[in-house]
Design a protein around this ligand. Structure first.
Ligand code: FAD
Length: 504
């Protein structure tokens, strides 16, 4: 006879909320917990979901893989397009455009990275556009797309990296079908109360408007910005980051499908914020994220509508948010995921990613009935690191700019930023060198390099580059550009790729 585990498994997981966070959690847990747990999800059609959140980063492919999702079926079901990166317009200076592409930049020579040689060429006045050294970026500029091809390990096509744009409502519906088929019980109803146990303060059950109660051993709070369980019931506070991230409102409106479909998100900086444009197969998503201290709601709406590529569909929808995060994502038997756990503006499409890493972390530290404080503390430590890491990258887009043409841009250009970011910017300015602060950092060297150079940070190249003979350095850059140009030109257009592989 085997001895009982001292921390026996719990039985019931109750997910509160059926937005992207709730259904991602339900879809993954129902698949990976192998039917050993009862999983329920409560949602309220009356309250609805936030209805935005349509641009992702490449790690979504890992999530979809774990969830057993077929890629082309997913693209069809969610009217998705492929995403090679993000174009930033007017960020470093008015009239600028650069792309943060997901893949590699060229290749290394010895231990020196491609951007170092490019910076030296630029200093000598003979650099070609930086876009020419990244396949992701060049293909995005040319509206081309292909899948990475591991069969050609020495070609840049092997390192192409990509994510998706998708319709948030269709993605939630797609995940819901899968989760329900895997046995998740969906409960429709509006929660009006959440009651804790007297003896230990754990959450015991929630009460629905019609009087039904739903209990659980573990509760996952995916109730959106309100944080119904983590905030209202468990009393966990919120850390505000509005001294660095000034944008606190958004207004969103879909518009007619544009053509040709671009394989990238566009972010256009405005006087007191920025506007996204997300191309989907059936429509375009648009929204203006702005700082209410610097622009009125009416003016923000006018700016949004004035910069649409295609006619708006319906009325713009306003939203408010608080940049920051919960002090603790996991408290007793409640774990907050999605907007209930925090909010970082969608400049680098990181929120859905943070949901995904939150679910995987929950699985890695999955509690038993004992709910070990050490597991909870580790979960909270990792979550905290992740949010701060993404926060710094987003702040860098505002801090590193030459813009001073409006009060908003003057403020962000001269604001104090977290020490972790100040140190990183100083190191990069000195010799364009970059090092990770921890292996869990989401954005790697390629991302920082493209954003910092794109935002016009004045960086000097690494003096070690001078050790490479000038002709060798020139030939190296030329070869990288030539190979990337040839591969990009051989890729199908984004539209042709979707038509061939992903249309019914
Ligand atoms: P919600 O979608 O708000 O879902 C909350 C759920 O809880 C709903 O089902 C609701 O009915 C339920 N609920 C709430 N209260 C109750 C109650 N009392 N009783 C019963 N049920 C209840 N992320 C990205 O990754 N990429 C992007 O491009 C991006 N763009 C964004 C743009 C904006 C302007 C904003 C605000 C966010 C954006 N995000 C983006 C974030 C993204 O939208 C969210 O992370 C994602 O949609 C998850 O939301 P959620 O499921 O946590 O919350």
């Amino acid at each position: 006879m085997t001895a009982a585990h001292p921390n026996p498994p719990l039985k019931t997981v109750t997910i509160v909320g059926g937005g992207t966070a709730g259904w991602m959690t339900a879809a993954l847990l129902s698949r990976l917990l192998l039917g050993a747990y009862t999983i329920r999800l409560i949602e309220s059609a009356e309250i609805g979901t936030i209805g935005v959140g349509e641009a992702t980063i490449p790690a979504i492919r890992t999530f979809n893989g774990f969830a057993g999702i077929d890629e082309f079926e997913f693209v069809r079901a969610t009217q998705a397009t492929f995403k090679l990166g993000i174009e930033f317009r007017n960020w470093g200076g008015v009239g600028d455009s650069y792309i943060h592409g997901f893949g590699k930049i060229g290749q290394d020579l010895y231990w020196l990275h491609c951007h170092q040689f490019w910076l030296k060429a630029r200093a000598a006045g003979d650099a070609r556009p930086f876009d020419h050294y990244s396949l992701n970026t060049l293909a995005a500029r040319m509206n081309r797309f292909a899948l990475p091809d591991p069969a050609h390990p020495h070609s840049p096509i092997a390192d192409l990296d990509y994510a998706y744009h998708f319709d948030a409502a269709l993605y939630a519906a797609f995940l819901r079908r899968r989760a329900e088929a895997a046995g998740v019980e969906r409960i429709e109803g509006r929660i009006v109360a959440a009651n804790r146990r007297g003896q230990d303060g754990f959450l015991d059950h929630v009460v629905l408007a019609d009087g039904r109660t739903v209990d659980g051993d573990l509760f996952v709070d995916c109730s959106g910005m309100r944080g119904l369980l983590i905030g209202d019931a468990m009393g966990v506070g919120y850390e505000d980051w509005d001294r660095w991230l000034l944008c606190d409102r958004a207004i969103a409106v879909p518009s007619a499908r544009q053509g040709p479909l671009t394989p990238y998100t566009r972010s256009i900086a405005h006087d007191a914020g920025w506007q996204w444009r997300i191309p989907l197969q059936h429509r375009t998503g648009n929204g203006h994220v702005y700082a209410s201290r610097f622009v009125s709601d009416e003016a923000a709406a006018r700016t949004l509508l004035a910069h649409l590529d295609t006619p708006a569909i319906g009325d713009p929808r306003p939203m408010r948010f608080r940049p920051g995060k919960r002090l603790r994502a996991w408290e007793k038997n409640v774990v907050a995921l999605g907007l209930a756990g925090g909010f970082l503006e969608p400049l680098e499409s990181t929120s859905i990613h943070l949901i995904q890493t939150g679910i995987l972390r929950l699985l890695a530290l999955f509690p038993g009935r004992g709910f070990h404080p050490a597991d909870i503390a580790e979960y909270n430590r990792q979550t905290d690191f992740e949010y701060r890491d993404v926060r710094d990258f987003i702040i860098a887009h505002y801090k590193v700019t030459e813009r001073e043409d409006t009060p908003f841009w003057r403020y962000v250009k001269h604001m104090e930023v977290p020490d972790s970011l100040t140190e990183r910017l100083a190191l990069f300015a000195a010799s364009a060198r970059f090092f990770l602060h921890g292996s869990a950092e989401l954005f790697r060297e390629e991302s920082w390099v493209q954003v910092l150079l794109g935002q016009r940070l004045h960086a000097t190249y690494d003096p070690m580059v001078d050790m490479v003979p000038a002709e060798q350095a020139t030939a190296f850059l030329h070869d990288v550009e030539e190979v990337i140009g040839e591969v990009a030109a051989g890729m199908p257009t984004h539209e042709a790729f979707i038509a061939r592989h992903c249309q019914a």
